[in-house]
Ligand binder design. Sequence first.
Ligand code: 26M
Length: 824
Amino acid sequence: DARADKNSLKLDVNVFKEKIVHHLRCTIGTSEKKASKLAWWQALVATANELIFDRLTQTQYTHATKDTRAVHYLSAEFLMGRLTVNNLVSLEVYNTAKSALQELGIDINELCEEETDMALGNGGLGRLAACFMDSLATLAYPSVGYGIHYENGLFRQEIREGRQIERPDSWREYGCPWEVCRPESVQEVPIGGFVETQTAPDGSIRKVWHPEHMIKGVPWDIPVVGFRGASVTILRLWESRPTESFNWDVFNAGGYVDAQNEKAAVETISKVLYPNDSTEAGKMLRLTQQYFFSSCSLRDILRRYNRTHFHDYGEFAKKIAIQLNDTHPVIAIPELMRLLVDEEGISWDAAWEIVTEVFSYTNHTLLPEALEKWPVYIFEKLLPRHLEIIYEINYRFLNEVVEAKWSGDDEKKRKLSIIEEGPCKMVRMANLAVIASRKINGVAEIHSKLVRENLFPEFSTLWPDRFCNVTNGVTPRRWMLACNPGLAELYNEIAGKDWPLHLDSCAALRPYADDPQIQKRFMDIKFKNKVALAAEIKKLCGVEVDPHAMFDVQIKRLHEYKRQHLNLLYILHLYRKLLADPAMRIVPQVFIFGAKAAPAYTLAKNIIYAINVIGDKINNDYRIRNQLKVVFMPNYRVSLAEKIIPAADISEQISTAGYEASGTSNMKFSMNGALTLGTMDGANIEIVAEAGVENNFIFGMSVKDVQELKAKGYNPWDFYNSNQDLRAVVDWLDSDFFTEDRQALASIKHSLLEGGDPYMVLADFASYCAAHKRAEEMYADKARWAHAAIMNSASMGKFSSDRSIEDYVHNIWKLKNYEIKDEI
Ligand code: 26M
């Protein structure tokens, strides 16, 4: 197996076997005879943890004794998925564990399936944070990830009669063996209440916040193991609990039961992850979550700093970098001001200098409805002191900075103000982030350009040097080595065993792109992965698919801008042609979807329903002789992606140009030898620049085309009326051919015509069809296809998250890394 071990950990199979059995008996409290699979898995984790915690201690000792500068990655989401295979691979004991378990009569793959995904994120943004943790640990940069210990991660999706049903995801119902509670680092966070203005005898004024409640933050640490044990860093997640002092008054008044109710209210804060990945709901609880974890994290950072610096903040900005993953943790900016000014007694100017040195902000979206704004009245209720601080920051910014540049220009001030005026005054979190951050970055070249030019044009005139780009990346440890062992073995032979650390070295495969033997080897690996996925599809969807067919995959959150319905229109187009000409032969194709819709996003849910009912009809239509299959795989998540991606032939990346900030699955697919069918959007542009446009299928309008069409006035009816094929499939949605619930499908047609087709699906339809046809033709030419697949896989060096992290380190964080030796 390519996930090969080195002997450095000195664990041979017999030792490993003894340890698993020892933990089974002494840690889990069962025996070989009666242990369940879950118990065996827990024993396996306990064995791994012996190595992990030792390495963690070594890492922390090195960092503490060297008083290192560190980055603190604040993110409301970390989509970690499963940890077992990755941790065993990183510790170089995967094969040892596999053999040990085999001798005990147990299949390691089955055990690993026992683990519930840690789904503490919605999608791209959360998974990016998880890949970054992997790279930070692997590159041994001093770092901590801070987030929320949600009791329930992203909902589990069930499909009933074609429709999405949301179920709670209680990922740690029976305990998670990777996490450790750290009671010694508990924090207390105030909230609510009012601000009192005190005037001292000398006339100076002081603001005193009298909060209504205190919330306890309990930290849970999840170790993150760097590849080959380079270092072990931590992900620290905060759980909310009531404080002991919380409800004394109610309690003393004899309200024992009422006091329990108040406790429940506080526990609600970390109960559930909001399943939104774009529109901001403006919910009070969401802001409470953001403030709660940001404040706990800052207090934790200050506590650790003061252990060695004793409240002398002169070195703070030298030792601390804080990265804000989108605007979700931006409340940390006024919170740090408050902690420094109100609680540590530092002057405003000194505190502002510190704040503007430590924070940087990453933007992940241009969608206007996704930019976070909070009503001022919510702030007044929850965070009255923070609101005052925000007003002060804003006042100084408008009257010093904006006034100096655009004297007397009230329009500029209105636009740049942190406060949006209007019937409901709002706090604009993105403006606050830009004003306080040292660096602001987008996540792909084109996205960063649009952040500068379209989102923050005035800010980038004001501070051109603050804006930069860091193109996203993904960890090749999880997304190649662990999930595609066949391909990993090929790279071990061609590129040497260090390719997971130096992904550029995979380019060693490129000279063999036309070598028939290597082509066969590469496509055999792909075929085996397709056979395995076909079995999974049979199990989950009850649909039989042929692994020789072209596997065309679109897996991502369901969103109009991602245009799953463009893909669906093409499927209808193919189906219609097949029905019209029963003798027609096409390249057999399986269209595979996976997607969760935000629970309140009706149109997205209707698209899921449409995929399911149309798929059902097609899959059971004998007339098309199995040339076309459509499957919707339920409950798309990290562990399912790990099975789907290595088996894909086509990667659908078909967002309207200008809307997908980067995309990251596009990188994972390419690494695993899928060809991209995509628009010139996000990181697709950089991916095809590396892999060759001729080895992918680019179609549709560019960002410029989209802007021009919008400017001249887009009318979807023009396309509908002038393209017979398009009109036929759009009309098909408003019929009773597929389902009784005609309304659900008709709503898609409605949005594309009367709704104005906001993401220009109809404008790109013809071009999409042509590109798909090119893909089908190339698929029929096995050698040409193998060439393109190899060129894609071997050209993804740039998209390792190690490269992204090095970019952050050199351009933003300015960290040094340290070799971790066994010192204590
Ligand atoms: C906001 C408010 C309330 C509740 C939830 C949210 C929210 C949560 C997640 C909003 C957006 C969220 O994620 C956005 C996201 O995942 N963006 C994606 O980020 C990836 C990593 O940079 C990019 O590759 C994708 O293009 C981008 O869509």
